[in-house]
Design a protein around this ligand. Structure first.
Ligand code: GZL
Length: 337
């Protein structure tokens, strides 16, 4: 010590109480501010169920509505972390995505397969990794049904049959039919094509005058319709396997002064919002629903599995048809896509 006097200040009782009170307030503020912005702790992240979703692409209104439905269902608020991959309509990109999901050790793999064939190898890898696979929308054609846990989607053959029955009941023959197909080899195309081909066999005054794949894409639907018109093919019905190809066909018809829905009857699938407005306006003759809002349906399947339950292997979505007789603006306004 250098001998320097160190004086200690004596505090009065009031001063001591004030210091204690201020200290408590400061401690309280510190506690509250540290709690107001909760930092995700490792345990909360790890509580999330991780879902890897391989999506076909973004080729149509239907596909975009399907993606929105899946992203909304598998949100962090709902307890999920979604790893989303858009395959841009290429199967090899879907296979790569599934392998990446396996490497990331996701809890579930959800696959919307672009085509039915070619999945056994990668689904075997997922099975070996112990990761349940849920197939959504289109079907896979596999030798071993144990390669996926369950499936949810539409019965597209039934959709084709519904369309053909409506055509038999509402369109006077003879019918000369232009057929715009979806992705060749997808269950959506196969089902709707099989329905039409059964109708062609059944109805002797129906003739298929043109058939080609438009891949469910609007621009291709327009290109094919322009090809039909430039070749001078005589037709009076267009059977488009989705709304976007129907939109493209309608654009081509209008460019040639042909009145869609009047000069030519147009059958379509999906029942997307814009297409239903075309049914109301008369440009589209019939639209068979194919409901894309699978997010809550797939989430329900995963929640069953999380509870240790065994979901149905196949869950089909109930669907209806729309024509000018049963459609109103109110119905369209209430629909989710
Ligand atoms: C149908 C679905 C099809 C839609 C198209 O289940 O796979 O793919 O009909 C979409 O619009 O592109």
């Amino acid at each position: 010590m250098n001998g320097k006097m160190v004086r200690f200040k004596c505090f009065s009782e009031i001063e001591l109480k004030s210091i204690f009170l201020i200290s408590c307030l400061l401690f309280l503020v510190l506690i509250l501010t540290s709690c107001s912005a909760p930092q995700k702790t490792g345990s909360e992240e790890s509580d999330l169920i991780v879902v890897g979703f391989s999506q076909v692409g973004s080729e149509s209104d239907w596909r975009e509505a399907n993606t929105v439905s899946m992203v909304e269902a598998f949100s962090v608020e709902n307890g999920y972390r979604l790893i989303f991959d858009d395959a841009q309509q290429k199967q090899e990109k879907q296979i790569t995505a599934i392998r990446n999901f396996i490497n990331q050790e996701v809890d579930y793999i959800v696959l919307a397969p672009i085509t039915m064939e070619g999945w056994d190898t990668v689904l075997t890898e997922a099975k070996a990794a112990g990761i349940p696979v849920i197939i959504v929308d289109r079907m896979v054609d596999t030798n071993d049904p144990d390669l996926f846990t369950c499936w949810v989607g539409s019965d597209t053959r039934r959709e084709g049959d519904i369309a053909v029955k409506w055509m038999e009941e509402n369109l006077a023959g003879p019918l000369r039919i232009v057929h715009l197909q979806g992705n060749i080899g997808s269950s959506a195309q196969a089902g709707r094509t099989d329905g039409l081909e059964a109708g062609l066999k059944e109805n002797k005054d129906w003739t298929l005058v043109f058939q080609a794949p438009g891949d469910f894409v609007q621009a291709k639907g327009q290109e094919l319709m322009e090809e039909v018109l430039s070749e001078g093919i005589d037709f009076n019905v267009i059977y488009a396997e989705n709304d976007n190809m129907a939109y493209g066909a309608i654009d081509a018809l209008k460019e040639h002064g042909i009145v869609p829905g009047k000069d030519v009857k147009i059958i379509s699938f999906d029942a997307a919002h814009d297409a239903l407005n075309l049914v109301l306006s008369g440009e589209l003759t019939l639209d068979v629903e194919c409901n894309p809002l699978h997010g809550p349906r797939v989430r329900s399947l995963i929640e069953q599995l999380e509870r240790g339950e065994t979901p149905e292997k196949f869950t089909y979505v109930d669907e209806v048809l729309f024509d000018a007789s049963n459609l109103t603006e109110e119905i369209i306004a209430q629909r989710g896509y």
